[in-house]
Design a protein around this ligand. Structure first.
Ligand SMILES: CC(=O)SCCNC(=O)CCNC(=O)[C@H](O)C(C)(C)COP(=O)(O)OP(=O)(O)OC[C@H]1O[C@@H](n2cnc3c(N)ncnc32)[C@H](O)[C@@H]1OP(=O)(O)O
Ligand SMILES: CC(=O)C(=O)O
Length: 541
């Protein structure tokens, strides 16, 4: 059973969208809310109705379209303006009009902010808090109060900061959330201030941290350890400046490290998937090194790590990645040895042993090729071809041969630039020629290759080049190699990559293009060529 008393509060749709470059439509916001609800988050702050038209619309549509199973919606807004009755404050009215079960009010708790930003008296600020909370509670809302700049304010005037908490709690706020608005606090300070605030006020306390010292999650954990019963954060730590506390990390830490089931264990397994889905919706690239959910969170590159992981994954992992829906990955590189090759080969479906000669040869070849500028980390398909060659004791008979290829770029008098490639191949002894056009030499060569080979090998029709990167390596590698080309492909549901290295960028690209074709024809995903995967066959054998 999920712990009932602890309040897990997401503010992705409000504070998260204060991140530079993050813009969500109402449709996106509804979709993010559904994802967070499915994960088991208790509260979802949808935005500031009355201030941001899109947020007003979000709450309007949420009433008819959001069928939340776990979460409760919260509308966010400020206390009434100074010097006016709460009943006439249009912003407060808009909070009620959002018709959410919860309203979260932001209020000043730092004397300097009250006097200089709000330009009112300390007494009036307390009156604004008290009257707004009472007004909303009287209207049937559960009220949380975000005490802005609480930690900085506490250091300037502790008595006033505590008075804000007491005023809100006495007026009926269910939880008073201490905000590290400028994100400048460190965990020991947060722990001490939260403990003192609880001791002095007895109010249920929450925590809202920003990451300007890189401590937002640590500060959140420190607050919970000190007795906070409510934690706020955002998906992937989205937020203004350096972001907010990453709620995914907070959730996993609370469940796995503190034994507090703030979401049920079975939902925790959806954590990584939820993260990926929200990344898709926001379009903001997520950090591969993010704890628990990042692509690299359980990815191992060093040979010594791989050697120990082969025996027991716990030796180099703090938790089982499956608990958060992630998985262990091994990278093949010049930093690996035979164990890395064995683990990677197994990941790709080959049952090989680190002690075998083939694996030793593959490890030596990877080291030698990486010294010449290759990089196999993101070129699984090229690695599979290398591995298969070693397992088979040499290159097998190719499905086709390359006689020649050419590529030319020309500019016409009217300014049009044309890139044309031609390939001459030999398939089953038959000569095949084809030409292709494209927006550059690689695109043109890819088109020509497809044009020549697709009629013979229909599996290739699904192969789609999705990314191309070239890196000039002059002076960085042992030989005179000049360019490394990495190409990523989509093949149905699968994505994989190839690598080519040569002094000539187009020749390096051609090598990477050919690896992709060979991979699909020799070893690619089973559904791509309608026959059992050779990888699977290798495992079985
Ligand atoms: C720490 C946080 O992240 S809190 C969330 C911050 N989020 C946002 O600001 C996003 C949405 N904000 C907005 O759309 C606008 O700022 C609005 C609609 C709220 C206000 O717009 P405007 O009326 O044009 O005022 P403006 O943005 O210039 O200044 C904010 C006003 O709110 C007042 N204010 C600030 N904090 C509070 C508070 N806790 N309670 C009441 N009023 C407050 C300021 O004193 C200022 O008042 P003034 O207009 O009399 O100077
Ligand atoms: C309320 C809020 O977002 C903050 O103080 O940081």
């Amino acid at each position: 059973m999920a712990e009932q008393s602890f309040q897990l509060y997401d503010t992705t749709l409000r504070d998260g969208t204060q991140q530079e470059g993050l813009v969500l439509t109402v449709e996106d916001k509804l979709a993010v809310a559904r994802r967070l609800d499915a994960l088991g988050v208790g509260f979802i702050e949808g935005g500031w109705p009355g201030a941001v038209p899109k947020d007003t619309e979000f709450f309007r549509r949420a009433r008819g379209e959001l069928d939340l199973k776990n979460a409760v919606l919260a509308a966010f807004g400020a206390t009434r303006r100074p010097g006016i009755p709460v009943s006439v404050d249009a912003q407060v009215r808009a909070l009620l009009d959002a018709e959410t079960p919860v309203v979260t009010l932001v209020a000043k708790s730092h004397t300097g902010h009250v006097q200089h930003a709000l330009r009112t008296t300390l007494a009036e600020n307390l009156a604004m808090i008290g009257s707004t909370v009472r007004h909303l509670v009287h209207a049937g809302r559960r009220v949380f109060l975000d005490a802005e700049h609480y930690f900085d304010g506490y250091h300037v005037n502790r008595e006033y900061a505590l008075a804000v908490v007491r005023t809100a709690a006495e007026a009926g706020a269910e939880t008073v959330v201490l905000c590290d608005t400028n994100g400048g606090s460190l965990p020991d300070e947060v722990r001490a201030v939260v403990a003192d605030t609880i001791a002095m006020t007895g109010a249920p306390i929450g925590i809202h941290c920003h990451d300007d010292t890189g401590c937002a999650v640590a500060n959140t954990m420190a607050a919970v350890d000190a007795g906070a019963v409510h934690a706020q954060g955002t998906a992937h730590g989205y937020g203004e400046r350096c972001g907010n506390a990453n709620l995914f990390t907070v959730i996993a830490n609370l469940v796995l490290k503190r034994g507090r089931e703030v979401v049920p264990l079975e939902r925790l397994r959806d954590l990584s998937r939820t993260g990926r889905a929200i990344t898709e919706l926001t379009g903001v690239r997520s950090d591969p090194a993010a704890p628990y959910t990042g692509l690299s969170a359980f990815t191992h590159k060093a040979g010594l790590h791989a050697s120990a992981l082969r025996v027991d994954p716990d030796l180099y992992q703090h938790t089982d990645p499956a608990r958060v829906g992630n998985r262990m990955r091994t990278l093949v590189s010049d930093m690996g040895g035979r164990s890395s090759i064995e683990l990677k080969a197994r990941e790709l479906g080959y049952d090989v042993a680190a002690g075998s000669e083939e694996v030793a040869r593959a490890a030596a070849r990877v080291k030698e090729l990486e010294n010449r500028g290759y990089s196999f980390e993101s070129a699984d398909a090229s690695f599979v071809l290398l591995l298969r060659e070693e397992l088979a004791g040499g290159p097998g008979a190719p499905p086709f041969e390359v006689d020649s290829w050419a590529v030319g770029v020309s500019r016409r008098r009217d300014g049009e630039v044309r890139t044309e490639a031609s390939v001459r191949l030999r398939v089953d002894g038959e000569s095949v020629t084809a030409t292709g056009h494209g927006n550059g030499p690689v695109n043109a060569l890819d088109t020509a290759l497809h044009s020549a080979l697709d009629p013979y090998f229909p599996a290739l029709t699904r192969l789609e080049l999705v990314d191309y990167q070239v890196r000039v390596l002059n002076g960085q590698v042992g030989s005179g190699a000049a360019a490394r080309v990495l190409i990523s492909y989509r093949d149905g549901e699968q994505r994989w990559g190839t690598v080519g290295v040569d002094e000539n960028t187009v020749t390096a690209s051609w090598a990477a293009l050919l690896d992709a074709v060979h991979y699909v024809l020799l070893d690619g995903p089973a559904e791509a060529h309608g026959s059992p995967s050779l990888a699977a066959a290798a495992t079985a054998g």
